[in-house]
Design a protein. Structure first.
Length: 335
């Protein structure tokens, strides 16, 4: 079975082909980072127009890259939500129209479920049940993944998520947009000169709150003004240490509370090397299994939608065609 996956929830247009026998056979991606950099954030109307411009040329590129034809495709999976309404509608309309013309089923996919299942793209795959630390965009969540489609959110974002805190703090340091990766790179040159809070690290619950950490960075920037390059690197180092300490601590607490021995990390912040290193050390110390997707599959991509579509297709088959999206779709609303 060959599944075409389409991702268009925000500022990346991603397409991929996943084969039930051979796994992922190819994927293509167009990033809109340069388009939105001037505005310091994603402009929804521009995002939608860019998806319209690139989605069909990317499909042609993917088919050529994999030596496939339209007639080889058995089902089309696409991101139905959450995300930007206009951006989602581009992917949904192409997916549903294509499937209707070929007489094949569509598989609407939840964007966050795509991230959750992205480690299944790897040769070494986790087994259900497991704990997932999902750190993607506006989400920082700890999820008890009992089986495919059965997800219990046991820790959630109360305000700024980890990814938002990275990007906002990067802007405070003058690193531009998106700044998360730039901040992490700068942190490698820094030292432990400043002390920043670890929000909710000792709380009884498993929730996250990073708005206070962002404010602490703001106050530190004002206090040190004018900032030297060394100051910026030291602040970046302290910020990264704080946020990764919280993510690791909460994950360990969740593993213990739920008596689980497998931890899956997914989402954009999952690419952070310091977070990966700390979790690898913790997995050895506390004897649990740890899984990450490849770096290229941490951020939004078509491959995660294709694998989620393949796995979802084993649960149910959708035969009707509709142009509807769910911009505010919650993960616990999946059935």
């Amino acid at each position: 079975m060959l599944i075409l996956g389409i991702e268009s929830s925000c500022d990346e247009t991603g397409l991929a082909l996943y084969c039930s026998n051979n796994g992922l056979i190819g994927h293509v991606l167009n990033s809109q980072v340069e388009l939105h950099r001037l505005y310091g954030g994603v402009v929804p109307e521009l995002a939608s127009r860019d998806h319209i411009q690139f989605i069909l040329p990317l499909l042609d590129e993917l088919l050529k890259k994999t030596s496939s034809t339209m007639e080889d495709i058995d089902a089309v999976a696409y991101t139905k939500g959450p995300g930007l309404s206009g951006a989602l509608l581009v992917g949904a309309s192409v997916a549903e129209s294509l499937a209707f013309s070929l007489g094949i089923p569509t598989i609407p996919v939840h964007h966050l479920e795509g991230h959750l299942l992205s480690p299944f793209l790897e040769e070494n795959q986790p087994q259900f049940p497991f704990l997932a630390l999902l750190v993607s965009g506006g989400h920082s969540q700890l999820i008890h993944v009992k089986q495919l489609g059965d997800y219990e959110i046991i820790g959630d974002t109360l305000d700024d998520a980890a990814g938002e805190a990275f990007d906002k703090s990067a802007q405070l340091l003058g690193l531009g947009y998106p700044g998360g990766a730039a901040l992490s790179k700068l942190a490698q040159q820094g030292n432990e000169k400043f002390s920043l809070p670890r929000p909710l690290v000792n709380s009884d619950d498993l929730n996250f709150s990073f708005s206070g950490l962002k404010t602490a960075v703001l106050n530190l920037v004002k206090k040190q003004s004018p900032l030297s390059d060394a100051d910026k690197a030291d602040i970046a180092f302290s910020f990264q240490e704080s946020i990764t300490d919280v993510l690791v601590s909460k994950s360990l607490k969740a593993l213990e509370q739920r008596n689980l021995s497998t931890l899956v990390i997914s989402g954009g912040v999952g690419a952070n090397q310091q977070l990966r290193q700390k979790l690898k050390e913790a997995s050895i110390k506390f004897n649990f299994h740890l899984y990450f997707p490849s770096l290229e599959f941490c951020t939004d991509n078509g491959a995660m939608i294709a694998i989620a579509g393949y796995m979802r297709n084993q649960l149910s088959k959708k035969t009707d065609y509709e142009f509807s999206v769910r911009p505010r779709w919650k993960l616990n609303e999946l059935n």
